[in-house]
Design a protein around this ligand. Structure first.
Ligand SMILES: [Cu+2]
Length: 214
């Protein structure tokens, strides 16, 4: 009898283990399926996100192209760091030339060239008004640079020192000046050199060439 119960117990145990293990297997399978489904969903989401990111990047590239096109459309002038004056003859003088003002740090470097001048010295200055009308009289008096004292020739750019060729060029540095000090004014070339004893105008005689600085 004792053996019978032992066998019965063993059988019951075996049955339970089998049943349980079948249940476990089913659960494990379900868990695997769930995990697989989750992984697939995650992969789909990732692919979608990547596609969206690619689209966004494409749009950003298009925007950059548009911006570049717009930048190209604007005149690529020398602009922010340079202004120039084209010198034209005054009253049939035959004197022409060009003056370039280039910002160099805290200073302005001035390169000036002119031709058609008589031999000797010809002072040139920045004058107060950007107007060469009325035989350059409209350019008005000399511009007083912020750095000019009362006892110097105002707006002075120096002198062309002309030999037989009638031409000369000069390179001058205006210390402590920005382009805003000269932009919209005029350069006037004179018949004579500066007289340093006659500040602030310099008594350089008539006006033989003029150009607006811009
Ligand atoms: Cu002058």
């Amino acid at each position: 009898m004792r053996n019978f119960w032992m066998i019965a117990a063993l059988c019951a145990g075996a049955f339970t283990i089998t049943a349980c293990s079948e249940g476990d297997q089913q659960q494990a399978e379900e868990a695997m399926e769930d995990a697989q489904a989750t992984a697939e969903q995650a992969a789909d989401d990732a692919a979608e996100a990547t596609e969206e990111a690619m689209d966004d990047a494409g749009e950003a590239m298009d925007d950059m192209d548009d911006a570049a096109d717009e930048a190209m459309a604007e005149e690529p002038t020398a602009s922010d760091n340079q202004v120039t004056a084209t010198l034209e003859e005054v009253d049939g003088s035959g004197v022409t030339g060009q003056v370039e003002f280039t910002a160099m740090g805290e200073d302005i470097q001035v390169y000036a060239e002119a031709s058609g001048m008589s031999a000797g010295k010809h002072a040139f200055h920045v004058h107060a008004n950007g107007d060469c009308g009325d035989n350059a009289q409209a350019a008005g008096p000399h511009l007083k640079f912020p750095t000019d004292g009362d006892d110097v020739i105002h707006g002075n750019l120096g002198e062309f020192n002309v030999a037989d060729t009638g031409s000369d060029n000069e390179l001058i540095t205006l210390e402590g000046l920005s382009l805003d000090a000269v932009r919209g004014k005029a350069v006037v070339v004179h018949a004579k050199g500066n007289d340093p004893t006659e500040p602030p105008a310099g008594a350089a005689g008539g006006r033989i060439a003029c150009g607006v600085i811009n």
